[in-house]
Design a protein around this ligand. Structure first.
Ligand code: FAD
Ligand code: DHB
Length: 391
């Protein structure tokens, strides 16, 4: 088999890349180890930056997003028993975030690719990448027990943090920079009407908590827990009690409880590799970097990487130019590090760290006070949260 761009992984990065390439007349095949239903139901992120929303609409995959997505012009920070609103749209000249679940983005992209005759091969096994520094790199895999080889001009490694693409780069080529945090998030989805129209990030002596939502009838909530938290120690009643203890404000605001329909623990790490390319392999999204979820940037960063890659591949196929491909990693990393900084800063400001004392607590409260009362502080938060411009 032969294609122009072989894409490993049908997450947001791989699917959006295939879609953008198709719009530029470039052929691609996506190879995914999971089934279609699995990737379309996998519960993950839920916040889209303005640039991600604009890209989906501009490229014809934003119809359902415009209908069902919840646009938020503001975001709340809660500490000392009080909520403080930051008016993002007013501070950024109209930029906002939109709540729309990652698996809905995945569904829309899968549907668009298949409707346009795109190829996504689901449930592949034993995938490996070869000859990365040759003009014809190859992807080998098995499907229904039969071995296949896909010969490509380029390979896009969009296979997430645990994928095989990154680890196929020869030792010594890539440097990794990493922080692992001493806590995690316990997240639930509940059938309960959201009691706030916008997200609420809460700092509390018992630990961080986050109020989010998915639809007018579904609330998404998170609370800081230990990295090895045992879910069986968290029956629904205990989760609600803890969420309310952290989130309830002096004016009586709290989330409304309802049947829990999903529960899970998400680890927290910051991770970046440099460079994000080797020969004809280009890594994008979680395959190249991970951010802690505070700030909701993982999905958005994956989308901004593949936008850069699609443009570079377009320049190559249209006029034989290599320069944009050569600059892929440098261009992406400028944004990646700014987003890393923001995600690390939000995480540090809002969580309890083991060993923190009264000094740390007061410093965190002072920072929260600053970013919710100074116009410059609020503007810096709003600009990063709604998303730095894509170019
Ligand atoms: P992925 O979505 O991971 O997609 C990679 C794809 O490659 C997957 O479909 C995988 O099955 C496939 N794959 C892997 N290995 C192979 C292989 N060997 N062969 C073929 N296919 C392969 N971000 C937030 O901003 N907020 C959140 O609340 C949040 N929660 C998260 C919860 C979890 C449990 C996880 C794992 C991530 C979360 N993230 C969150 C991060 C966000 O979801 C990711 O940044 C985003 O999914 C990145 O997209 P991607 O396409 O790069 O990678
Ligand atoms: C959600 C996740 C995040 O990581 C975040 O910062 C805000 C919202 C969510 O899943 O809704």
């Amino acid at each position: 088999m032969r294609t122009q761009v072989g894409i490993v992984g049908a997450g947001p990065a791989g699917l959006m890349l295939s879609h953008l390439l198709h719009l530029r007349g470039i052929e691609s095949i996506i190879l995914e180890c999971r089934g279609r239903q699995y990737i379309e139901e996998r519960v993950r992120a839920g916040v889209l930056e303005q640039g991600t929303v604009d890209l989906m609409i501009e490229t014809g995959v934003g119809e359902r997003l415009q209908r069902e997505g919840l646009r938020h012009d503001g975001v709340w920070f809660s500490f000392g028993g009080r909520r403080h609103r930051i008016n993002m749209a007013e501070l950024t000249g109209g930029r906002a975030i939109t709540v729309y679940a990652q698996h809905e983005v995945v569904k829309d992209l899968v549907q668009a690719r298949l409707a346009a005759g795109g190829q996504i091969v689901f449930e592949v096994d034993d995938l490996s990448v070869h000859d990365l520094d040759s003009p014809l790199p190859k992807i080998r895999y098995r499907k229904d027990g039969v071995a296949h080889e896909l010969v490509c001009d380029f390979i896009a490694g969009c296979d997430g943090f645990h994928g095989v693409s990154r680890s196929s780069v020869p030792a010594g080529v890539i440097a990794a920079y990493e922080r692992v945090y001493p806590f995690a998030w316990l997240g639930i989805l509940a059938e309960a009407a959201p009691t706030s129209e916008e997200l609420v990030y809460t700092y509390h002596q018992r630990g961080f908590a986050l109020f989010s939502m998915r639809s007018p009838g579904v609330t998404r909530l998170y609370l800081q827990c230990t990295p090895d938290e045992d879910l069986s120690a968290w029956p629904d009643d205990r989760v609600w009690e803890e969420l309310c203890a952290r989130m309830r404000t002096e004016d009586g605001w709290a989330p409304a409880a309802g049947p829990v329909i999903q529960k899970g623990v998400t680890g927290m790490r910051s991770f970046v590799i440099e460079p994000m390319q080797f020969g004809r392999l280009f890594l994008a999204g979680d395959a190249a970097h991970i951010v802690p979820p505070t700030g909701a940037k993982g999905l958005n960063l994956a989308i901004s990487d593949v936008r850069v890659l699609a443009r570079a591949l377009e320049a190559f196929y249209q006029s034989g130019r290599h320069d944009l491909l050569d600059q892929y990693s440098t261009k992406c990393l400028r944004r990646v590090w700014k987003v890393q900084r923001f995600s690390w800063w939000m995480t540090s400001m809002l969580h309890l760290f083991p060993g923190d004392d009264g000094f740390d607590h007061r410093r965190q409260l002072a920072e929260l006070d600053y970013i919710t009362s100074s116009r410059a502080g609020m503007a810096a938060l709003a600009e990063n949260y709604a998303g730095l411009p894509l170019d």
